[in-house]
Design a protein around this ligand. Sequence first.
Ligand code: FAD
Length: 414
Amino acid sequence: MSKVLILGAGFGGVRCALDLEKNSKDLEIIIVDKNNYHTFQPALYEVASAFYIGDNFREQRFNFQKIKRSAAVPFGEIFQNRNIKFMQAEVKSVDVNAKSVSFTSGEVMNFDYLVLALGSETNYFGIPHLAEKSYPLKSVEDALNIKSAIDELFYNAKPDELIKIVIGGGGVAGSELAAELAGDIKKLAKKHKHLKNKAILTIIEASPNVLGRAAPWIINIAQKRLDDLGIKVLISKKIIDVIDHEVLFEGGEKVPFDVLIWTAGIKANSILTQIAGLEMDKTCKAVVDMSLQAHPHSNVFAIGDNTWCFDPESQMAAPAMVQTAINQGALAAKNILNLIAGRPLEKYKHKGVRFIIPLGKKFGIADLGKVHLVGFMAWCLKQLTFLQYFATILPKFKAIRFWCKEQNVFRKND
Ligand SMILES: Cc1cc2nc3c(=O)[nH]c(=O)nc-3n(C[C@H](O)[C@H](O)[C@H](O)COP(=O)(O)OP(=O)(O)OC[C@H]3O[C@@H](n4cnc5c(N)ncnc54)[C@H](O)[C@@H]3O)c2cc1C
């Protein structure tokens, strides 16, 4: 019986494990993750900005748990009654030549086929003091830390004291978080009787516009939306250092902050840099060919955010998105079975990705190719996308249950 070891149970890893189990009874499938729950990353901005009411400690703790569970799907729910072994462990190193993986617990596991699905990490681009002084947004804990830091600011500030929240990065994650936080801040100010206009939310973006390479019509609407929500957007500002409670730009200008959130970049999981004999791109992602085999090892596959998959036909690299991870997870499963059966491997085809961004108060912008939506309908579509994502990792009924739970918690956000 061949043993397939999948490292990382994000969207890509889970899809790969489920498809392998569905299509073969003769495999030992082991999937490993450092957490005992799947992190539903697209909902993290809502966790970080969730407003929960609770006047006593017990109520607040209950609400805190509810918020956490809305973006954390226990692996028990995903792999229950499946012929898949889930193991909670942290990967320490991988030896592709010896076909073995070491874990921080000291355990070592061998494999016949390996799938690297370890996702990405926050990239601080070597900016001094940034990692120590800022809050990242990659995990459920990160999102809850942001939430607590902002709550504490309002709790401790005098009513007329200026509260300064700065978000580094005006990409999708930074813009959607800022827009949602704008509503949360208003409610917190009301709750703590903080003076109006005494809380400033600023986005700092190094490029000349928010949302990177989105279509110009999307950028224009998004910029206006952020302005309307009272968010200050500083563009073409490159942070070069963080000193005490100030970010420093090229040219010497400074912006003070009480809470600094960093959403401006990702790089591949650092475990990959320690794998000898694997070809990497400049951001340390595993280079794969279109069959998703990691060079030069035919029994090692890489999928999702930790992968550099460049299509020579379209001259495009697959983007770091949920749909990419899911599609690549499904193809890696297919190709492992093809390899075992001696059949030719299939090639990854990157399908055009829909662009949908929520920007606070149940407003969104959606570019579906020929159809453009702006407003409530686009926001609804984003919520339906979440349901679709849940359905790729859970059976239908459970997916609906989790989605309803998530909707119920975040319904009150505006
Ligand atoms: C805030 C935020 C919002 C986003 N919003 C969207 C969106 O709206 N739409 C969209 O398409 N994409 C979005 N993305 C991107 C999307 O979430 C990723 O592209 C997708 O999750 C990648 O899937 P993956 O399976 O490659 O990796 P991940 O989902 O990151 O999974 C990697 C897994 O590996 C585990 N792991 C990591 N290191 C170790 C280790 N050493 N040992 C064991 N386990 C380990 C992690 O716990 C994790 O479960 C967002 C990302 C963020 C951070």
